[in-house]
Design a protein around this ligand. Sequence first.
Ligand code: ADP
Ligand code: MG
Length: 350
Amino acid sequence: MAAISLKGITKNWGDAQAVKGIDFEVKSGDFTVLLGPSGCGKSTTLRLIAGLDTPSTGAIRIGERDVTNLPPAQRKIAMVFQSYALFPHLNVRDNILFGVRVRKEPAKHFDERLKRVADILGLSHLLDRRPGQLSGGQQQRVALGRAIIADAPVCLMDEPLSNLDAQLRQEMRREIRALQQQLNMTMIYVTHDQTEAMSMADQVILLRDGKIEQNAPPAELYAQPASVFAARFIGTPPMNILPLSNSAAGLVIEGSSGPVIHPHNVDEEWQLGVRPEHIHLVEQGIAATVDTIEYFGADTIVGCRVGQASLLMRVPGQLTLVPGDAVQLGWDRGSQYFFDRKSGLRRLPM
Ligand code: ADP
Ligand code: MG
């Protein structure tokens, strides 16, 4: 049985529709990420699940219960916000215990629960400090502690790491994932950061403009993107998209005379997608001119021009190339993707 299900959910703000009819299910114990660019409706969706807002249409179930019209307190969920929402005048202990006290849960287990949560999060030695005396990562852990101590089977997080610096963010990413698995929490986690989604999720729900673009595990999202939007949202740099045109021998990159990318012509206008990490320098392939070179240590991103189009290639290590060099590019047939230019949807070649 699904731990959480959304059916036909919409949310209107006046004339504007922030969520335009979404359906999905979350399995118990799964880590689900709502991913998408700013303004696509991630927070709105999360707030509807939490009960902080009410959907305009549709139904939300948590476990066996229809919670669509229940207040937040009756939904048995914990929530962590981007801002942490810690009380500055309360110490760590009181911040963590705030929720369970407000809910008037039996006090006798408080000490035990607090000890367990503080141990898990490495906060035991900080219980008397106030938020102002903690680092960003420690504050973030207190916010997590408050969610964990609730012992709610479902935990919702809205961009909980966006205030942290890059290195701490990576650490906390691993910590949250480990914690979620250890405590077998059902998690819905909102982020605009595809690396967070890829590294943490069992299931990624990619949102675009209030609708679900694709719902899949990370590996499937990467290998089988449903559209140009999904293909370019996952991966750095994003997938290259090149216009194709028909020729006597089949599809070629527009403006080039070959080689042939696909041996059949098509009635639609197709685009070719190739990920930067799948492009190699070869002896004989597609003629290109080097435009830009960015060296990152482990790898180098090379910008090339192919006819009228430009593309990025990621190669391991350092190259001796300079801008203006003529190169030949190649990739496996198996790493080519095709998309219909009008709809942006993926096409499977015959
Ligand atoms: P995300 O979290 O993906 O960045 P949001 O869910 O916050 O996006 O917002 C989706 C859309 O709904 C945006 O266009 C936003 O301006 C609008 N919106 C969100 N909350 C409100 C609100 N309380 N009143 C009016 N419009 C809102
Ligand atoms: Mg948001």
